[in-house]
Design a protein around this ligand. Structure first.
Ligand code: F6P
Length: 325
């Protein structure tokens, strides 16, 4: 069946670059004589029929805007089989013959379920966590890393002025990618992630080494998914710090990491992936995620993309250690 009308939605946690991805989907569909329906608020919007016809102008001026003009949500109802059946029937009623779904692990799991029910679906990785297999980078990761970098650089200024230790908690859910990359990019002294659980004796050793050298600051980047929590680590640093050399402070970066204008990399990635998603759908393929692998667009079955979490490159932990000797 030749698709003449497709839908696009964003789901789960937003990520900077979702807007240029929506723009690319809409404009490349229109260029190929295919109508596009914007679905607001993710899967919840499918259930509530929050549908709107899109044209090239509906996505004007959004390429540099963070967040998602289509808005997003995490729908519990859609997780249930009845919810998904209702979603399918609402889509069919609106004449939607295929879908582009932009989101992270949970959202692409939902995409897979719709594909299994017979709806043609192509997924795009949109999540700051970078925990999906089948892409080197998800849309939003680069912007997020730049935001973290800016924050850590600022914190280092004040940390050095006071000879303080800072524990900076970054997002990433169960994946330590953001923490590891940020630690590397910012020269943090220690990085703790779920893939590399802390050995407090090692942290103690690094701390005393830096104390002996009279280094002016001690920065720990902590992944939110690591077993040890920021306050526990602060207590540990305090207890191991008789001369109060590095008085600890905690900064939880939180949702500031998810906002902001997408970087050049994210705009480019989003535009390429958005256009490719439409091409793949119109060529009759479904149940795949399009990502970027070794610089090239790459299709991965959704089943593989959302299966096991992607782990950061473990060699980079060694590189980080070498850089902070
Ligand atoms: O998946 C993206 C993410 O930002 C995670 O890094 C974080 O754990 C979670 O979403 C936060 O979710 P919420 O915005 O619902 O608090």
């Amino acid at each position: 069946m030749e698709l003449k009308r497709i839908g696009v939605l964003t789901s789960g946690g937003d990520s900077p670059g979702m807007n240029p991805a929506i723009r690319a989907v809409v404009r490349s569909a229109i260029a190929q004589n295919c109508q596009v329906v914007g679905i607001y608020r993710g899967f919840r919007g499918v259930l509530e029929k929050l549908f709107e016809e899109m044209d090239a102008r509906s996505v004007g001026g959004i390429i540099g805007r963070g967040g998602t003009i289509l808005e997003t949500s995490r729908s519990k109802e859609f997780m249930l089989p009845e919810g998904r059946e209702m979603a399918l029937s609402n889509l069919r009623e609106a004449g939607i013959q295929g879908l582009v779904i932009i989101g992270g692990n949970g959202s692409l799991t939902g995409a897979l379920e719709l594909h299994k029910l017979g709806m043609p679906v192509v997924g795009l990785p949109g999540s700051i966590d970078n925990d999906l297999k089948g892409t080197d980078m998800a849309i939003g990761v680069d912007t997020c890393l730049n935001t973290i970098q800016h924050a850590v650089d600022n914190i280092r200024d004040t940390a050095s002025s006071h000879h303080r230790a800072f524990i900076i908690e970054v997002m990433g859910r169960n994946c330590g990618y953001l923490a590891l990359m940020s630690a590397l990019n910012c020269g943090a002294e220690v990085v703790l992630t779920p893939e590399n659980e802390p050995d407090l004796e090692e942290v103690r050793g690094i701390l005393s080494r830096y104390r002996e050298r009279n280094k002016s600051h001690f920065i720990v980047v902590l992944a939110e998914g690591a077993k040890i929590k920021a306050h526990q680590l602060a207590k540990f640093l305090e207890s191991d710090n008789p001369a109060q050399h590095y008085e600890p402070r905690i900064t939880i970066l939180g949702h500031v990491q998810r906002g902001g204008s997408p970087t050049a990399f994210d705009r480019n990635l989003a535009t390429r992936l958005g256009a490719a998603a439409v091409t793949v759908l119109l060529q009759g393929r479904s149940g795949v995620m399009i990502g970027l692998v070794n610089g090239h667009l790459h299709e991965t079955p959704l089943q593989e993309a959302v299966g096991e979490l992607r782990k950061p490159d473990m060699h980079l932990f060694d590189l980080h250690k070498m850089m902070t000797q």
